[in-house]
Design a protein around this ligand. Structure first.
Ligand code: GLP
Length: 248
């Protein structure tokens, strides 16, 4: 997987925001795949700045997010929908934004997931997908055990993922146990994948993503099979990788 170690995360954020802006200029109706979390937040900040400067328009763009918690009410500040509104959508106003429904009654959540996958296909697939990597190797909420052929579906959240989310939810009992996520195959269908990992906390999972056997034990390893993927790391996230071993 082509891997770029940058001097600061700001450099990677600037490069990726620029690539997304170029894509939107070349293809205003582009379909963007988006992630939440710490990894992409600076890319969205840069896109908001480019938009405010009149350098990019989202007026014809469509977005699909990777995932959403299940069991929260619409408008709950802890939903990924609200996070996206705050950090990107309210500022750049894409034509159409899509996230799985967080309040889907559990009985109909499977149908919500199937409809989301169908909507993704109907939109023509994703031109460029932004991704972070979870500490356990998840992409979206494809937790360890998720197969290469998995599609959008209801998933049980891993304990490690739930513990990580305590910083948002306050206490473990409040963290949802389920989510809807795009599948691994749905993600790998994107025409470009751009993956971000920053900070020492990500060093071990970055090493595994690049060098572990490709398997469902670490779903991020599946990214290595993609024809147009780039991984951006800062020095701290790359600290367990020998320079000479860096894939190019
Ligand atoms: C989260 C999300 C993913 C995200 C990943 C990494 O739980 N479900 O979409 O990419 O974990 O998050 P972060 O960038 O905050 O480290």
């Amino acid at each position: 997987m082509p891997t770029f170690v940058v001097d600061s995360r700001a450099e990677a954020e600037h490069v990726l925001a620029g690539e997304i802006a170029d894509l939107l200029r070349a293809r205003p109706e582009a379909v963007l795949g988006l992630a939440t979390g710490n990894s992409p937040i600076g890319v969205y900040r840069d896109l908001c700045a480019l938009h405010a400067a009149g350098e990019v328009s989202f007026a014809r763009a469509t977005t699909f997010n990777l995932d959403e918690y299940l069991g929260l009410q619409d408008g709950d500040p802890r939903t990924f929908r609200r996070w996206m509104q705050t950090h990107l959508f309210d500022h750049v106003q894409p034509r159409s934004t899509n996230l799985p429904e967080c309040h889907a009654p559990l009985a109909s959540a499977d149908a919500v997931a199937v409809r989301y996958e169908q909507a993704l296909q109907a939109a023509g697939g994703i031109d460029l997908q932004v991704l972070g990597i979870g500490l356990n190797g998840h992409i979206g909420f494809n937790e360890p055990g998720s197969t290469r052929t998995s599609r959008t579906r209801v998933v049980e959240l891993d304990q490690r993922t739930r513990k990580h989310a305590v910083r948002v939810f306050g206490d473990l009992a409040q963290v949802p146990t389920q989510a809807i996520t795009m599948g691994v195959a749905s993600i790998l269908d994107a025409r470009r994948l751009r993956v971000l990992a920053f900070g020492a906390e990500k060093a071990e999972i970055v090493r595994r993503t690049l060098f572990d056997p490709i398997s469902a034990e670490c779903p991020a390893t599946f990214l290595r099979g993609h024809h147009d993927v780039k991984l951006y790391l800062d020095a701290a996230a790359a600290e367990l990788i020998e320079d000479s071993a860096l894939p190019s």
